[in-house]
Design a protein around this ligand. Structure first.
Ligand SMILES: C[S@@+](CC[C@H](N)C(=O)[O-])C[C@H]1O[C@@H](n2cnc3c(N)ncnc32)[C@H](O)[C@@H]1O
Length: 239
């Protein structure tokens, strides 16, 4: 893994200051995951970071707090889960509240539409948009803009069937993505040709994925005490 020293003069917020706001914004990113995104983004700031799927800005805030120039992509679709007419405005007001609005270029469009017109260098990518396999694989193509040794993250990599299938399929077929590890179900990859052993690392996470599926079922069945036996103390799904 390349070890980089963050540029000291890049204006940024401390993680704790950013999380004080981001932690109050609705979303699915844990504090440990937010810190992993922030630290990686800090390493490349003030370069461009692309976030695919912003919702209310929980992750956007921590990425922008690092001092990176964040391109945040979300079409704000009118769907059952994320679609509220005011989502975009709420996101913008959260960014302003955190003091990072000027670091974020918000694109109200799909990941693919933005990618097809994109031609600038990117140093970090964060994928957290549609959770079906084909959409996730398509979003992972943003890594084409990264160079060897750069990082990209995929959220819900081992807690959502579609995303897990995408990560597994990619592990078999990729020539450019090396799985490095995870914070909860936030998977971290580096751009570089993986060895067979590195491809197999993804498979080794399958017991963790199976555990998360069981926890989700238990929570739906209101069996929290049983979920606690699997070390899940939260009322929310494991991420
Ligand atoms: C899980 S949420 C993102 C959560 C956010 N990263 C956070 O930390 O709170 C997924 C988001 O992806 C967005 N989305 C759906 N389809 C998309 C697409 N084709 N391209 C980019 N974003 C998309 C949804 O509107 C939704 O806001």
């Amino acid at each position: 893994m390349l070890c980089r020293v963050p540029e000291p003069d890049v204006p940024h917020l401390d993680f704790d200051d950013a999380w004080r706001v981001a932690g109050t914004v609705g979303g699915w990113l844990t504090e440990a995951q937010a810190r992993a995104l922030y630290d990686a983004s800090r390493q490349v700031a003030p370069a461009t970071v692309v976030e695919i799927g912003s919702h209310l800005g929980r992750s956007t805030i921590v990425l922008a707090a690092s001092g990176a120039a964040v391109t945040a992509i979300d079409p704000f679709p009118d769907d059952w889960r994320y679609g509220r007419p005011d989502t975009e405005q709420r996101l913008r007001s959260h960014l302003a509240q955190a003091g990072v609005a000027d670091r974020v270029d918000l694109r109200v469009a799909t990941s693919r539409a933005v990618r097809e017109g994109w031609n600038a260098p990117v140093r970090l990518v964060y994928v957290d948009a549609k959770h079906d396999m084909w959409s996730c694989l398509d979003d992972m193509r943003w890594s084409d803009f990264l160079t060897e040794g750069d990082t990209f993250f995929v959220h819900d990599a081992f807690s959502s069937l579609g995303v897990t299938l995408a990560v597994l399929r990619d592990a078999v077929t990729t020539r450019r993505h090396t799985y490095v590890g995870r914070t909860g179900s936030l998977a971290r990859f580096e751009v570089g040709r993986p060895s067979v052993a590195q491809r197999l690392r993804v498979l080794r996470e399958m017991p963790w994925f199976a555990r998360n599926l069981v926890v989700k079922v238990l929570l739906r069945l209101r069996l929290r005490p049983v979920a606690r036996l699997l070390r899940h103390d939260d009322t929310a799904d494991p991420y």
